[in-house]
Design a protein around this ligand. Structure first.
Ligand code: MTE
Ligand code: MO
Length: 198
């Protein structure tokens, strides 16, 4: 190639990842059917005041909306680049009910008991989003409708579809995949795939 040719956009992927063909649907178990109007998010465990907190759909709808662009890195080695998510930053919701100072970890809960361990610092990431839309369209049921947690800087299993709750913990928890040998943190750039690396 000569230096007069336009430069292509090089994509940098985390180690061991490849671009997916299309966008695979990947989750364990059946797809729940829930409406946004009936949705609520519970925040439990080691909260700042010891009390549980519920964010209703109406309260959620009144929070500032943002868009976040990020890649989706599945720990099974495929990546879907450049997803545009719309919703509310997780940190906006955490500010309504922060953890106790002793609680640096959380389990994020979904319908049917799916859970995943996440550090509070990762939940507070500038791109951690509680999403209702993907690329301008409301989430499809199999993509986590009505509400999905997305943490673009961690492997996909850290982002529950059909997101329903945060449980603050003083010690790291083990969610669905973490109990089955996957990593408690799950940073794709550090290739934190397996629990034996912890
Ligand atoms: N509730 C729930 N959320 C989940 C999962 C799951 O099994 N249950 N799988 C995770 C995994 S491993 C990945 S890679 C992404 C896949 O999202 P997609 O189906 O939209 O590609 O969803 C994540 N969220
Ligand atoms: Mo995944």
């Amino acid at each position: 190639m000569t230096d007069l040719e336009p430069q292509g956009l090089d994509r940098v992927l985390p180690p061991g990842q490849s671009l997916a063909a299309g966008w695979p649907v990947m989750h364990y178990g059946p797809v729940p059917r829930g409406e946004l109007a009936d949705w609520e998010l519970s925040i439990t465990g080691d909260t700042h005041d010891g009390a549980d907190f519920v964010l209703t759909a109406a309260e959620f709808a009144a929070l500032p909306q943002v868009e976040v662009v990020g890649d989706l890195h599945c720990v099974t080695r495929w990546t879907v680049p450049q997803n545009r998510w719309r919703g509310v930053l997780m940190r906006t919701i955490l500010e309504l009910c922060p953890p106790a100072t002793s609680a640096d970890h959380a389990l994020a809960w979904a319908e049917y008991g799916y859970s995943t361990n996440i550090r509070v610092s990762d939940l507070s990431s500038a791109r951690a989003i509680v999403a209702t839309h993907h690329n301008g369209e409301p989430l499809a049921p199999e993509r986590g409708a009505p509400v999905r947690l997305v943490l673009p800087h961690l492997y996909g299993y850290k982002g529950p579809k059909w997101f329903r709750g945060i449980e603050y913990l003083a010690e790291p928890g083990r969610g669905f995949w973490e109990q089955r040998g996957y990593h408690a943190v799950g940073d794709p750039w550090r290739q934190e795939r397996w629990s034996y690396q912890e």
